[in-house]
Design a protein around this ligand. Structure first.
Ligand code: GLU
Length: 519
């Protein structure tokens, strides 16, 4: 058993955009597969045609491409266990449903929705199981000829799992330990529906995990209640010896308050719950995504990896390779993980700043273009270098003004527009201007302008030498007023850096305009 090849799967249903919790599930599967030199399968569980959403499958694939989570086989990747889309595996499921019918582990039921409803009204807490199944219209109560005749006339039916009451079921979960329940509490689950000739989730999931030789089922906690039924299905097929090991991951919880993280929490507090922006094909509603919000994929990976797992020390910045090395299902927590989205912003800050300045340029350039500004990659990288360590003001979801270090490329814009756009007005209304523009300032700025004008070489070093000499000799402290001239307020980098960036002509023009405006 221990020699078994590690094969895990991520098996989403294409019912909409992939929730961030699903991304974490896929990530843990990926880490586990890579660590063990195993395979990661991408399976599409689309047997519920009512919930099918156009575009969801492509969206999911694009999300993983962006995040750098690679699959070894599955839909769009190929592999020898295919097809990997459940809607293309009808014949396989039919065969296995027949196996259960033939060995008496399942039966055919004809009860209409109206009949079921009537039973529910008649019996309190009605459940289709060993205590009630003999009162219903199914192949256990009808003569074989009638069953065959009904099927022959096209009467719709379902196949139900015949659960034996009173059996102890043990689910051995790698995260939760031993979970025991008694089979008497389970109902005779529908495994197959004639109406669309498709199995339900439970049957398709078990058959596929078996045929695809899945060794470990790592999935969200919401599937834990299905696990006992799945164990019984493995038993019914006689597949116990190759049953996968289960690991049910803790829930992602709301950042504040109690309960499961929802899209509404994201909308309220201003963070995405989807990896990519999603345009709902029916409602037209647009939901924000981590990619479009300016997160780096590695930051999202690092952030998600630590929601429900830790490496056993306080290292927080972990590369994909390190995550693969350290990941350990036994260090996943049983209790839910609060979705601390502020921490996600912090991770983005860390990953952004660890990048080369040049790596910021494509997004920064796009940002400038959106403002109608064209510049060069060199100039843009220079601005990044000057401004990336700054603190930016932002408004939180409650409308409070707060500060944080630059955490997104877009944070740069309010910090650096003056590099590209000259101040439009100079006003003593501005506190910084009022404080730093005195009676003697205009004269001092004229002197500064004439010193700068005289420079052949307008580099930072050359300016510094000339200005420092004048400062030493005159005792004038020109820095804040100089800033007023070039920026219009109390923002920006070192004045020599800014002047060198703007160049002599623009620097002098701005100084002269300020003198004119402020007098
Ligand atoms: N199709 C299920 C989902 O959408 C898969 C659950 C499982 O991994 O067994 O999450």
């Amino acid at each position: 058993m221990s020699e078994r090849r590690v094969r895990v799967r991520f098996a989403p249903s294409p019912t909409g955009p992939l929730h961030i919790g699903g991304v974490r599930t896929a990530l843990y599967n990926y880490l586990f597969a890579r660590q063990h030199g195993g395979d990661l399968i991408f399976r599409i569980e689309d047997t519920d045609s009512n919930r099918f959403v156009e575009g969801a499958e492509d969206y999911i694939l694009e999300s993983f491409k962006w995040l750098g989570i690679q699959f070894d086989e599955g839909v769009s990747f190929g592999g020898k266990y295919g097809p990997y889309r459940q809607s293309e595996r009808r014949d396989i499921y039919k065969k296995y449903v027949q196996v259960l019918l033939d060995n008496g582990k399942a039966y055919i039921a004809f009860d209409t929705p109206e009949e079921l409803e009537a039973k529910r009204n008649e019996i309190a807490n009605f459940q289709y199981d060993a205590t009630t199944r003999l009162q219903m219209r199914n192949s256990l109560t009808l003569p074989k000829e009638e069953v065959d005749a009904l099927i022959a006339t096209g009467k719709q039916y379902v196949v139900r799992f015949k659960i034996q009451p009173g059996e102890e079921i043990l689910v051995n979960d790698l995260i939760r330990g031993e979970v025991r329940i008694n089979s008497s509490i389970l109902d005779d689950k529908v495994l197959y529906k004639s109406v669309d000739q498709l199995p339900t989730y439970h049957l398709a999931n078990i058959v596929d995990d078996h045929l695809m030789e899945v060794s470990h089922v790592i999935r969200g906690e919401e599937w834990l209640p299905s696990a006992p039924l799945h164990v019984l299905l493995y038993r019914a097929f006689g597949w116990e010896s190759t049953m996968p090991q289960f690991a049910h991951l803790p829930l992602l919880l709301k950042p504040v308050g109690n309960g499961k993280l929802s899209k509404r929490d994201g909308d309220k507090l201003g963070f995405p719950v989807f990896p990519l922006e999603w345009h709902d094909p029916k409602s037209g509603e647009v939901s924000s995504g981590y990619r479009e919000k300016g997160y780096l994929p590695q930051a999202v990976i690092n952030f998600l990896a630590l929601l429900g797992w830790n490496p056993g020390n306080d290292q927080e910045i972990l590369s994909m390779d390190e995550l693969i090395r350290y990941f350990d299902l036994s260090r996943c927590s049983k209790s839910g993980a609060k979705f601390d989205y502020q921490k996600g912003i912090w991770f983005n800050h860390e990953y952004l700043l660890a990048q080369d300045d040049k790596a910021w340029v494509p997004s920064f350039d796009a940002l400038l273009r959106a403002q109608g500004i064209t510049s060069t990659p060199e100039k843009e990288a220079q601005v990044v270098a000057m401004m990336k360590q700054k603190v930016v003001e932002y408004t939180d979801a409650e409308g409070n003004k707060k500060k944080r270090p630059v955490s997104f490329v877009s944070d740069l814009w309010p910090l650096c527009n003056f590099f590209f756009i000259a101040p439009q007005t100079y006003s003593l209304e501005d506190k910084f201007v009022r404080k730093n523009w005195k009676e003697t300032t205009a004269a001092e700025m004229k002197q500064l302008a004439s010193i700068l004008e005289g420079l052949e070489d307008f580099s930072i070093e050359s300016q510094r030498a000339a200005v420092d000499a004048w400062v030493a000799e005159s005792g004038v402290k020109p820095w804040n007023a100089w800033r007023v001239c070039l920026v219009g307020t109390g923002q920006g980098p070192d004045m020599h850096e800014l002047s060198a960036f703007l160049g002599k002509e623009e620097t002098l023009a701005r100084i002269n305009r300020a003198i004119h405006a402020l007098g």
